[in-house]
Design a protein around this ligand. Structure first.
Ligand code: FE2
Length: 333
């Protein structure tokens, strides 16, 4: 970890490791917080259970929000950084009501792109990540149970995985554990290509159309097998779609595609991801915003047991919702 201080007016005390950094805010929102909330309130009849929805006039709302000085500066400093993951501690939303806090998070997300609905039924954009009481079965998604989450990209089984996502820490796990994990795809490729087998796997996984099974808990019909085909590495090998359990289930549904070479390449890559590639591991404190690139990093979380852990997630597409293809993501991941 390198430590240094930046000249940024809004952020300080940077720790940076590769393309992932942690900063502390050194500004106060002041009156601009009320301005942001006021603009969002004027555009929404109700907050949709505090989760919002993609606003039908999101491009105009985005422009209006960018007139607020602190939000525009914040957005520019986030956007200018050539980072793939950035944790911003002391965001300054800890004292707000749930509705107002989520209004500001929606506004921040909208300055970076177009927040997508995470839940196809309610269209909610801001999604609570916390254990649901009494729910711990294998059919429950990563976001609704305690425990760990394997490294993955979000929306990997859909045509247009969102380019970015944000997580806001309302309450971190009070017991040890629940650390947020991020791995840079560049580090995965470097580790993978250390061996000839790994280099061959990398070549294969840039070409092969791999079946991702849309998890049955999210698909409309539990009996129906829905598959999405895509290479694991895309964008000239610099970006990934990854959700190993979804690929394993996809290959189980299409055994004709499960060639020994493909199965071995996927296993090797999974081993590199879960065991070998260097990773960002951090217990993020309350009131931290974690922003990450969903194409060029994988994320996950370490084991935890505290059911009080509570995060808010918003996924952000570079394409306005009106022009997106396919579902906009799921509550899972
Ligand atoms: Fe996820």
């Amino acid at each position: 970890m390198r430590q240094f201080t930046t000249g940024d007016p809004m952020f300080s005390s940077i720790e940076q490791s590769g393309n992932i950094a942690i900063v502390k805010t050194n500004f106060a929102w002041g009156d601009d917080l009320a301005r942001i909330i006021g603009i969002v309130e004027r555009h929404f009849d109700d907050f949709n259970g505090n989760g919002f929805y993609p606003h039908p006039d999101e491009e105009a709302l985005q422009q209006e929000l960018l007139q607020v000085d602190k939000l525009r500066n914040f957005s520019q400093q986030l956007g200018q950084r050539k980072l793939r993951g950035l944790a911003i501690t002391g965001l300054g939303l800890g004292g707000l009501s749930e509705a107002h806090r989520n209004a500001v998070l929606y506004a921040i997300a909208l300055t970076q792109g177009f927040p997508t609905s995470t839940d196809q039924r309610t269209k909610r954009v801001a999604w609570d990540i916390r254990a649901r009481a009494g729910v711990q079965s294998k059919f429950v998604t990563f976001s609704e149970r305690t425990g760990n989450a394997d490294m993955h990209t979000d929306s990997s089984f859909y045509p247009m995985p969102e380019e970015q996502f944000m997580l806001y820490v309302v309450a971190s796990a009070r017991c040890n554990g629940g650390e947020s994990l991020l791995i840079d795809v560049e580090d995965i490729v470097a580790e993978l290509c250390k061996s000839p087998e790994g280099s061959a796997a990398y070549r294969l996984l840039r070409e092969a159309q791999v079946p991702f099974r849309v998890p049955s808990v999210y698909a409309a019909d539990d009996e129906h097998v829905e598959l999405f085909f895509a290479p694991v590495f895309h964008n000239e090998g610099r970006a990934m779609r990854w959700r190993y359990d979804s690929i394993e289930k996809g290959l189980a549904a299409r055994p004709d595609l499960a060639t020994p070479a493909l199965v071995a390449a996927l296993r090797l890559l999974n081993d590199v991801i879960e065991q070998r590639a260097p990773r960002f591991v951090r217990q993020l404190p309350d009131d931290t915003l974690l922003w990450a690139d969903n194409h060029r990093t994988l994320h996950g979380r370490a084991m935890y047991t505290d059911p009080g852990r509570h995060l808010i997630r918003i996924r952000i597409s570079s394409t306005p919702n009106a022009h997106r293809v396919g579902p906009s993501g799921v509550a899972a991941d």
